[in-house]
Write a protein that binds this ligand. Sequence first.
Ligand code: ASP
Length: 442
Amino acid sequence: MNKPKVVKFGGSSLASAEQFMKVKAIITADASRNYVIPSAPGKRFSDDIKVTDMLYSCYGLAEAGKDFSEALAAIKKRYDEIISGLNLTTDLTKEFETISTKFASKAGKDYAASRGEYLNGIIMADYLGYAFVDSAKYIFFDDNGNFLPEETHSALSAFLAEVPKAVIPGFYGSYRSDGKVKTFSRGGSDITGSIVARAVGASVYENWTDVSGVLIADPRIVKNPKPIGTITYKELRELSYMGASVLHEDAIFPVRKAGIPINIKNTNAPEDPGTLIVENTCRTSDYIITGIAGRKGFCSVNIEKDMMNSEIGFGRRVLHAFEDNGISFEHMPSGIDTLTVVVHQTEFEEKEQQVISELMKLTNPDSIDLESHLALIAVVGRGMKSMHGTASRLFSALANNNINIRMIDQGSSELNIIISVADEDFEQAIRVIYDTFVNQKK
Ligand code: ASP
């Protein structure tokens, strides 16, 4: 038997009847697209409000004992527009009566937010002629709100084995103990898709959104960046850590464990290949680098001490000073007699003097220098390993554009090079790197 595909559609892919039509065309174009995970309707235009946010604020009114009927009617209107635009006869009146009663009895914020996906799932199931499965019955959390992967997997896989085509709303499940609705964190429909893909042993988990894949660089910085063809989980992790927002972080684990690739696709351009996320690949990327990402707002603490290398426990004592003040560090490059600790500036600022005095006490350094307003940029790529000269190309390109590099950190995996520049050089540095490795290619 052919393995099924699991297809998850994000909010913008389901924001209107028109978008629903595109989604149906995508699903029916491939007979193996058997399990569909919808998000709640998202924005139709840039300053539109996502249904999830409407639900949160409507429930806020209910919780405060205020009249929420108008706010709820506005939400119903969003769904009714989709239903009539699709010429369906789905009637959500009863559902909204239940929701209204539950809101009045303060059923909880999670219950409220989950209705966005729940109702969209009912419409989608009607529209496709697929079974509707309420995720609360098969996706479980413990009393502390932690997702229960194995209990969920056995319940969901046993149930779906008997249901060949189904719509399973994203974003929520329930507490194992009392069945009350519990959501994942925001953007959590990605996680539901991944859980379902594992449960049905999918050939691929297709995650449909409004961009043609993971982009090489942030489109707010680089104009029309190219999408990445194939990326490994490790590379994706490095880019996401540095701020590239692609998938919900927790969506990787279930499919990765089961060896199922993720394909990021564009609902508005379904022919585009999108980005394939895999465990490993012998496919080389189109460019030496796979992607660039970065973040601003760091600060570096440079500690200098003659002969520090022979002082056993020096590094531990340095980190102790940060740990004691509840500050996590991002990087720790070291040189001869110097050690640098890179931290988030806002976090560090509050505790600055305490950390410095503890460093003085614990390590007795020759000097401590602080440098603030730094940005970190990660240049990530499995292809860098086999190419010599990547680092020198990177550094000369930045130097030729008068961008001063404050710090360099290359992991031993050779999967990435992290550089630090001044916050004000951040955007320009990313554009120069993109231009060097993508526009000018090899
Ligand atoms: N609708 C939820 C949110 O806006 C979950 C999701 O879209 O993935 O966060």
